[in-house]
Design a protein around this ligand. Structure first.
Ligand code: ADP
Length: 160
């Protein structure tokens, strides 16, 4: 079976990778869908986000990274896929994720969302926390793949 793991991935973190690794044990093929549209302003461009995702999951041969515009349910149909994968962290994710899943069912009733729980060490890791830590010049090695830590450093140098 095929599953789509959609998100902004701004940037991809070790928490996202943890979910992806778990997903590859359940699904035959996992599409990591990088959303072009988001309600928030992105830190990294779509191209940068896709590039970092590709480099970070090159060791996972069941994973394909594809960007998409528009609704995730339309992207799922295009990819001939009926399952969306989302990560569920602490209680704070629950309301938002539930609402998203219910809206997606309303938009396309044959698409289901499954939730995977990350390992405890990633339970409170978010891309927004990573961006804040990067702003404060923290060591990011426990939070993001090396390629992402490098990208933050490059952006920092360019802005100095
Ligand atoms: P979005 O912008 O759509 O919320 P994100 O890129 O922030 O997407 O995250 C994509 C998915 O990965 C979401 O389901 C989110 O809850 C999940 N996720 C993000 N960080 C983690 C983490 N540390 N552990 C588990 N799941 C996570």
């Amino acid at each position: 079976m095929k599953g789509i793991y959609p998100g902004t991935f701004d940037p991809i973190s070790l928490g996202h990778l943890n979910i992806l690794e778990k997903a590859t044990k359940i699904f035959d093929e996992v599409i990591l869908g990088v959303a072009d549209y988001t309600a928030k302003e992105n830190y990294f461009s779509l191209e940068e986000r896709v590039d970092m995702c590709r480099k970070s999951c090159s060791h996972l041969d069941r994973v394909k990274v594809i960007s998409f515009k528009g609704l995730v349910v339309d992207f799922a149909k295009e990819q001939d896929c009926k399952v969306l994968i989302r990560g569920l962290r602490a209680v704070s994710d629950f309301e938002y994720e539930l609402s998203l899943a219910l809206h997606n069912v309303k938009l396309s009733e044959d698409i289901e969302t499954v939730f995977l729980v990350p390992s405890l060490r990633y339970m409170y890791l978010s891309s927004s926390m990573v961006r804040q830590l990067a702003d404060l010049n923290a060591d990011l090695k426990d939070f993001v793949p090396a390629v992402v830590a490098e990208a933050f450093k490059e952006k920092r140098h360019r802005s100095l």
